[in-house]
Write a protein that binds this ligand. Structure first.
Ligand code: C2E
Ligand code: MG
Ligand code: MG
Ligand code: MG
Length: 291
């Protein structure tokens, strides 16, 4: 078996059924329980429009508030969920929670787009588009409020199948972002052929932007590529004002990173929105939010 060491320190086996260690089996069983017991928590990281400074939307990032193991970050359990098929339940759960939150914000007069990460297995699941459509309907959220983030690796796993699923998702009217852009090994041809709307520049290029000429050149090229293809470009991992200014001057559309805010639980994110003038509040903050 090909064993891959996850950041968590658990060995993840490509053959999840026969190769999984006792420790992994325990964690898998536990993840199923954790999802059912609602131990997964979403933190939200805002993205701001670089030209206007306004908060344009948030990305939902999952954490596992484990009853015994403590607070777990995605690196400790997403790969395990991917290798065992539990990622299907996990993603649907995250989508359900994120869309419920989007609806609550809409009701409070907040016009925030919601981005949700989807894994390779999700994108190769031909039933995903119908499930996304049903969840949008259940929560009364228009499709254009939702963005799904995929990676280049995902697309390359099975291009024809990924293409079919992406086409159906795109028909629903939602946005499709390529996450961690610049770190894959793909040709650029698929960008032309797939209904992608957004490029998210990987944080490994953005974090050193202000001090590394090489990274600055890569970032500039990606911004130019995105704008010539008519795509929205988001910089992820913006950690300082200098990088923020460079990105704005380059014409990058949106910025996300610790300089603006870390991913936060919903109450803290709402406090952030209240204290910044930058939010796209349509009808003034509602009683719920200002209370
Ligand atoms: P990602 O989608 O690329 O998310 C961005 C990651 O970078 C997040 O880590 C975020 O906390 C971190 N980050 C944001 N701004 C900065 C910054 O300025 N500096 C630095 N150093 N880091 C920054 P996180 O939350 O630990 O998530 C890691 C990865 O786990 C995500 O990368 C995503 O691939 C995956 N993930 C998270 N939530 C989900 C989910 O609900 N479903 C799936 N399938 N994957 C998820
Ligand atoms: Mg992401
Ligand atoms: Mg990323
Ligand atoms: Mg990622």
């Amino acid at each position: 078996y090909v064993a891959k060491q996850a950041h968590s320190g658990y060995a993840i086996y490509d053959d999840g059924d026969t190769g999984a260690s006792r420790e992994n089996l325990a964690l898998i069983a536990d993840l199923r329980r954790g999802i059912e017991d609602d131990e997964l928590v979403l933190h939200y990281q805002p993205k701001a429009n670089l030209a206007t400074g306004r908060t344009a939307g948030v990305e939902a990032l999952v954490r596992w508030d484990h009853s015994e193991r403590g607070f777990l970050y995605p690196d400790a359990f997403i790969a395990l969920a991917e290798n065992t098929g539990l990622i299907r339940e996990l993603t649907l759960h995250v989508l359900d929670r994120a869309l419920a939150q989007t609806r609550a914000w809409m009701d409070a007069g907040l016009d925030l787009h919601m981005a949700v990460n989807v894994s390779t297995r999700n994108l190769l699941d031909l039933t995903l588009p119908d499930q996304v459509e049903a969840l949008l309907e259940t929560h009364g959220v228009p499709a254009d409020r939702l963005e799904l983030e995929i990676t280049e690796t995902t697309i390359m796993a099975d291009p024809p199948r990924a293409k079919a699923v992406l086409a159906r998702l795109s028909q629903l009217g939602l946005s499709l972002a390529v996450d961690d852009f610049g770190t894959g090994y793909t040709s650029l041809g698929w960008l032309r052929d797939l209904p992608v709307t957004t490029l998210k520049i990987d944080k490994s290029f953005v974090m050193p932007l202000a001090t590394s000429d090489g990274d600055a050149k890569i970032v500039r090229s990606i911004v130019q590529l995105g704008s010539s293809l008519g795509l929205q470009v988001v910089a992820e991992g913006v950690e300082d004002q200098a990088s923020w200014d460079i990105l704005r001057d380059l014409g990058c559309d949106l910025a996300q990173g610790y300089h603006l805010s870390k991913p936060q639980p919903v109450e803290r994110l709402e406090a952030f929105l209240r204290t910044t003038d930058s939010t796209s509040v349509t009808g003034g903050l509602s009683a719920e939010l200002t209370a």
